[in-house]
Write a protein of this length. Structure first.
Ligand code: HEC
Length: 145
């Protein structure tokens, strides 16, 4: 009896907390700012539109820098994701920035996040600046306080 009661409480608590976090907006790239499916789609699009210059592993080639870890993630530290998105939107691919749509670039950015070990979540990364600017890019996971 006691055990069943405990299990029931645990199940209810899990259900409640997951529906609660579903409804909550994502404020940080560490909170799951894109979906796994989106990043998988983004990988294909990255290979199509970006890899010729940045490399198939994002390792960087000549002038085109790596888009992974270190200098890259710190370049955008403590800024809204809209800033990085705007940079990609207005200047990348370097040879044809207008040739790739916002939606495609949002999926590519989702892939970039997954390659930089930011966790996936339940909501797709949006492509609207007004929504992107509410999500903060922190190079390191902020500590709870
Ligand atoms: C024709 C070559 C080329 C292509 C294609 C290209 N890039 Fe770039 N990218 C560069 C070069 C060169 C730089 C560095 C010089 C500059 O910023 O203009 C750069 C810089 C960047 C930066 C800034 C890096 C940093 O350290 O902050 C980002 C982000 C970026 N590219 C993303 C992308 C994405 C996403 C795509 C695909 C949609 C893409 N690039 C396609 C050549 C390219």
């Amino acid at each position: 009896m006691n055990l069943i009661y405990k299990l029931l409480v645990i199940t209810l608590a899990t259900l409640l907390s997951s529906s609660f976090s579903n409804a909550q907006a994502v404020n940080n790239v560490w909170e799951g700012a894109y979906t796994e499916e989106q990043a998988m789609n983004g990988e294909r699009l990255y290979q199509e539109h970006c890899s010729a210059c940045h490399g198939s592993q994002m390792q960087g080639i000549e002038e085109a820098p790596t888009l992974k870890q270190g200098a890259f993630i710190y370049n955008w530290d403590d800024l809204g994701v809209d800033i990085l998105f705007q940079r990609i939107r207005t200047t990348m691919p370097l040879d044809d920035p207008r040739g790739v749509s916002r939606k495609i670039k949002a999926d590519i950015l989702a892939y970039l996040m997954s390659e930089n070990n930011f966790p996936a979540g339940k909501i797709k990364l949006p492509y609207q600046n007004s929504r992107l600017k509410r999500i903060k890019w922190n190079a390191q996971k902020p500590t709870d306080d």
